[in-house]
Design a protein around this ligand. Structure first.
Ligand SMILES: Nc1nc2c(ncn2[C@@H]2O[C@H](COP(=O)(O)OP(=O)(O)OP(=O)(O)O)[C@@H](O)[C@H]2O)c(=O)[nH]1
Ligand SMILES: [Mg+2]
Length: 391
């Protein structure tokens, strides 16, 4: 799975990427700083089960655990800024649109302070929702161009078949195509399509296959409450996360330098005494911001993977009494599974043969036997019992 960070230029996409992935990328106060996409690993977080189990620690292998918080790696991509006409090659052109084709969900970054316009230039009181409309229109125009190039009138494949071919590589499932055709209101038995038909189809396909969440960034710049409220009203409160990528990035850097410490509750404490006054002021600003607003950047990535993409985290073990793998590692792996996923789906994530020869599973918390088709819950610890590897 992949989350794509997109938006108009100069909104803080690369700053957000850097804060999420702890990698240095180019960040600057002018449009089109990013040309080539940045791909990296971010971490979603949830309480590690070792805490509720009363274990002293865990030995994470495919993830991390900091202060009792499990850190589960996920992929993100940061692309060039998008302006009106991008699908026709304006700005950085449509290359970046191809860069995000592989994304399963999008984080649309806007400047909630209203200090940059949709071109990324300075502005006094710009409406960030204009950016979102522009981004969605451009995506739809790009997609409808792709569809147009592929759909041959009267090809005999039918609309659905042509769309499946046109959209290969764009992470659009057949199910999404079917739903989108229905929702677009475009007749599937037509033999030719108008531009308006294609645009409606593209919009419907996007809303099925590229769900998005809004990062109301630069929330550290005051006077943005009207913009934030408007965004929440228009796109739903749960889909808009106020954040400051710049503050989160500063927090990461200060933690790495041993200046501050982040507690299990997310609170920030000053570690180093006697730092220069200017640095102390900066620490006090970020501490204050995080205390008042929480860590929006972390909320964003958690929401994208857990809510927008509908995943849960489950922990497979081999020893249901000690919660370990074969080597005695406690809770070694945290696996992302689609909501509604079963014990058998988890087995498939571990190994094909283990899944093929799976007998049943055991819920390690209750020690109860569960069936292959048992639907798992977030935080479940599961032992898969399989005949695989046995004579
Ligand atoms: N105050 C404030 N400034 C920010 C924040 N995030 C980014 N910035 C600043 O905004 C400017 C643009 O940041 P970038 O991360 O380069 O923006 P971008 O969206 O990747 O820009 P392009 O690659 O040009 O499209 C830089 O000067 C950042 O320091 C934030 O949360 N708060
Ligand atoms: Mg950038």
């Amino acid at each position: 799975m992949l989350a794509g960070i997109i938006g108009a230029p100069n909104k803080g996409k690369s700053t957000l990427f850097s804060a999420l992935t702890s990698t240095d990328v180019q960040i600057a106060d002018y449009p089109f700083t990013t040309i080539k996409p940045n791909v990296g690993i971010a971490y979603i977080t949830e309480k590690c089960p070792h805490v509720s189990l009363g274990l002293r620690a865990c030995n994470p292998k495919n993830s991390g655990c900091i202060n009792g918080i499990r850190q589960i790696p996920v992929k993100v991509i940061d692309v060039a800024g998008l302006i009106e006409g991008a699908h026709e090659g304006k700005g950085m052109g449509n290359q970046f649109l191809n860069d995000i084709a592989a994304a399963d969900a999008l984080i649309i970054v806007v400047d909630v302070s209203g200090r940059t316009d949709p071109m990324g230039n300075p502005c006094q009181n710009c409406d960030p929702s204009a950016d979102i409309k522009m981004v969605l229109e451009e995506l739809a125009a790009w997609l409808s161009d792709i569809i147009k190039r592929h759909i041959k009138d009267g090809s005999g494949e039918g609309l659905q078949g042509s769309l499946a071919k046109a959209l290969a590589g764009l992470k659009v499932s057949d199910e999404s195509i079917e739903k989108a055709v229905k929702n677009s209101g475009v007749s599937a038995v037509k033999s030719s399509f108008t531009d308006a038909d294609l645009f409606s189809l593209a919009k419907a396909i996007l809303s099925e296959s590229k769900p998005f969440i809004i990062a109301a960034n630069k929330a550290d710049i005051g006077g943005h409450s009207d913009n934030l409220e408007r965004l929440k009203k228009e796109y739903g409160g749960a889909n808009v996360v106020a954040c400051s990528a710049a503050v989160s990035l500063a927090v990461n850097k200060a933690v790495a330098q041993g200046i501050i410490e982040k507690g299990a509750d997310g609170k920030i404490a000053l570690l180093k005494k006697g730092i220069p006054e200017e640095q102390e002021r900066a620490v006090s600003f970020i501490k204050d911001f995080i205390e008042r607003n929480g860590d929006g950047v972390q909320t964003l990535i958690n929401k994208v993977y857990l809510e927008v993409l509908n995943n849960i985290v489950v922990y497979p073990v081999e020893d249901e009494h000690r919660f370990t793998d074969h080597f005695g590692n406690v809770l070694p792996d945290a696996i992302l599974l689609k909501k509604g996923g079963t014990a058998l789906d988890l087995a498939r994530e571990i190994h094909t043969e283990i899944a093929e020869k799976m007998l049943y599973a055991i819920d390690a918390r209750t020690k109860m036997r569960i069936a292959k088709d048992h639907v798992l819950n977030d935080g479940d610890i599961i032992k898969i019992v399989s005949a695989a590897g046995k004579a």
